[in-house]
Design a protein around this ligand. Structure first.
Ligand SMILES: [Zn+2]
Length: 199
């Protein structure tokens, strides 16, 4: 089973998907095949080109009417965003992001002894997202209570920070399918299809 790297319309790698999905996007003209020279081909062009190929790294599918090389990389025609919520805002990811430390006293704790703390309390309109949540040990959490750190005479030893986008290469290390050579040049920013990640 072959997988295809999907780029956005600016040639940023955004996802890896099964080839059937890639061919559907191509057929519906929502995507174009991209070769290593960044040339693009729509479905018709790709059929013509496939006819002339003797070999293709990802192989072919054969229909009664034509043979089609399975693309290795496709680019979406109408999607230019880079998905922003790359690191889901989950308890586990927050602990991991702050290295299982309390951001006020900077000591490490087992997860059972860590809390999530709203730096700006919820009662003052503090948001529950990466911009306002830190990890905190229970004593620090109790000490701070429903106040701003300053009001509690505390400050963040570990400053608030947004999780960095995971690099393409780091993600490739976790990719459940082998990376194809042809993907290499595109994988600065890769976000796995979450369905794929769970398999
Ligand atoms: Zn603490």
């Amino acid at each position: 089973m072959s997988h295809v790297l999907i780029l956005n319309s600016n040639m940023y790698a955004i996802q890896v998907a099964p080839w059937e999905r890639a061919l559907t996007l191509l057929y519906l003209d929502r995507a174009q095949v991209v070769d290593e020279e960044y040339r693009t081909y729509d479905f018709r062009d790709w059929i013509d080109l496939s006819r002339e190929m003797e070999r293709h790294p990802a192989g072919f599918i054969h229909t009664p009417y034509f043979k089609l090389a399975i693309p290795e990389v496709i680019a979406l025609r109408f999607f230019d965003r880079v998905p922003q919520q790359a690191v889901p805002f989950t308890r586990r990811n927050i602990y991991h992001h702050y290295g299982y430390r309390c951001c006020y006293c900077s000591r490490r704790f087992p997860t059972a002894e860590l809390n999530l703390d709203h730096v700006v309390p919820r009662s003052r309109g503090g948001l529950t997202d990466w911009t306002n949540i830190v990890t905190s040990c229970i004593p620090c959490n109790l000490r701070k209570g429903d106040r701003l750190p300053k009001e509690a005479g505390m400050k963040l030893a570990i400053p608030l920070s947004l999780p960095r986008r995971r690099s393409g290469l780091a993600l490739m290390a976790r990719c459940p399918v082998p990376m194809r050579r042809s993907w290499q040049r595109f994988v600065d920013n890769v976000y796995w299809d979450s369905a794929l990640e769970e398999n």
